[in-house]
Design a binder for this molecule. Structure first.
Ligand code: 4AD
Ligand code: MG
Length: 433
């Protein structure tokens, strides 16, 4: 079919009144008398293909009869403006080739339960809403990389097999590693600290694993995290970085994903609010706020989803909560020099009840204090000897944080549960497909 140019649906505006070939799948179909209206998707968008009986050979019209949901097809025809459609264009079909049929596609256009859809995640990804989410995830990851790359951070990949726990021992995935044991990484942070001492400003981006034994709408057992770490940054520098970074990624999503946000019926005005400065409150202030709102909390408790939601309701943008009690936080956190019961750490809580999206802080840079913390937390000292070296050879103040991709996608997209924010979610009770 030499006169037809191969086109992707997202680019059809470049092909108005030209003959093109679109290769894709049938999403939906309406037929009446002498007309078939096919909704064709190719991964980049959806276009209506109109087959008029009078315009095409008999076998082409019959193919229009035959195609069922998710049949793979090649559509040949002319692009023309169609002001009524969302895309603004349709294709007047001249030829329709069936590549492969699709019989009894399980995800029919009617409503389905989430369990069924998760069972069929490999097919569910084809639906418009799932495409919109994955596209926003894609743009988010691009924005993240652009932000750090444009600000002179070096990308440093952290290992997945690790000899030691970073974020406590209760949710470690242990694996056989020849004659010994290893753990799947919970965070690349400790390695980024080494890298920051080598390269100054660094970040890693990769999958992390936690054997979360509770079923919540915010926890996956495998999730992706981006973790910047900066030598010579202190606690305030770290909060400024987190704020600047989040403003940037939201701007990028608003610029590049209007169409997808619309498909998801996201209230865009909520995202347009996300401007500097973000409110910053201490843990103590957060406790006061919670008590004022009638929550039963005790000083020293870490906040759960409930508390985070209540706090977020008081603000129209992300809120930074800092200086948590050291007792509830990881061993590597630097103590507040003003009050050693507090850690110089920060969590960023998303607005609208989407929960903690960032956790981080300034790191303990003093060898003796760090050693005593490792002992206090009952961690095996020998597993951390390399990490302690960083405090022996030119230790400096440094800080960083981790942003969870899925929590961020769920906030940006306005999704209640993180399970739809990752292509193939891993949950306590789900490892297939
Ligand atoms: O607060 P967390 O545990 O912080 C760390 O791991 C630090 N070592 C990061 C650092 O300072 N370099 O996790 C960071 C973020 C959370 O704020 C949340 O967004 C996400 O990771 N997260 C999860 N996302 C999905 N499922 C889970 N089970 C998650 N656990 C944490
Ligand atoms: Mg945290």
């Amino acid at each position: 079919m030499a006169d037809y140019k191969r086109a992707y649906i997202s680019q059809v505006s470049d092909f108005n009144n030209q003959k093109v070939c679109i290769k894709g799948w049938l999403q939906n179909k309406r037929s009446g008398g002498k007309l078939h209206f096919l909704q064709v998707r190719d991964g980049t968008g959806v276009i209506q293909a109109v087959i008029f009986k009078g315009d095409v050979p008999e076998n082409v019209f019959e193919n229009g009869d035959k195609v069922t949901q998710e049949t793979s097809i090649e559509v040949y025809g002319e692009i023309r403006e169609d002001k009524r459609s969302k895309l603004g264009y349709e294709i007047g079909v001249e030829d329709l080739k069936i590549v492969s049929d699709s019989i009894d596609y399980p995800i029919t256009p009617k409503e389905h339960g989430v369990a069924f859809l998760l069972e069929n995640r490999h097919l569910w990804l084809r639906s418009p809403k799932q495409r919109a989410i994955m596209k926003i995830r894609h743009e988010l990851i691009k924005a993240i990389r652009d932000y750090f790359n444009n600000n002179n951070f070096m990308l440093v990949d952290a290992p997945i097999f690790t000899p030691a726990a970073c974020e406590g021992t209760t949710n470690l995935f242990e694996v056989d590693y020849f004659d010994s044991k290893a753990y799947l990484t919970q965070s690349g942070q400790l390695y980024m600290e080494a890298a920051a001492m080598a390269f100054g400003k660094v970040y890693c981006f990769g999958p992390t694993f936690r054997a979360e034994k509770s079923k919540t709408r915010r926890h996956l057992t495998e999730f992706w995290m981006v973790e910047p770490e900066v030598a010579y940054n202190n606690h305030d520098d770290n909060m400024n970085l987190a704020e600047d970074f989040v403003v940037y990624i939201v701007e990028q999503i608003l610029t590049n994903c209007r169409f997808e946000l619309e498909i998801l019926e996201r209230d865009i005005s909520k995202l347009e609010n996300i401007k500097k400065p973000f409110p910053r409150i201490t843990y103590d202030e957060a406790i006061d706020l919670l008590i004022k709102k009638g929550k039963d909390v005790n000083w020293g408790d870490d906040f759960g989803a409930d508390e985070e939601t209540v706090i977020s309701e008081s603000y129209d943008r992300p809120v930074l909560i800092h200086r948590y009690p050291a007792q509830s936080k990881a061993f590597y956190m630097k103590e507040d020099p003003v009050n050693n019961k507090l850690a110089l750490c920060v969590d960023m809580i998303a607005p609208e009840g989407y929960g903690e999206m960032i956790g981080g802080g300034q790191r303990e840079d003093n060898l003796d204090v760090l050693l005593s913390k490792i002992k206090q937390h009952n961690l095996p000292e020998e597993a951390f000897d390399w990490y302690l070296d960083l405090r022996k050879y030119g230790s400096v103040p440094h800080a960083g944080f981790g942003l969870g991709i899925e929590r961020t996608v769920s906030w940006l997209c306005g999704l209640h549960h993180v399970r739809e924010t990752i292509p193939f979610p891993r949950l306590m009770d789900r490892i297939k497909p």
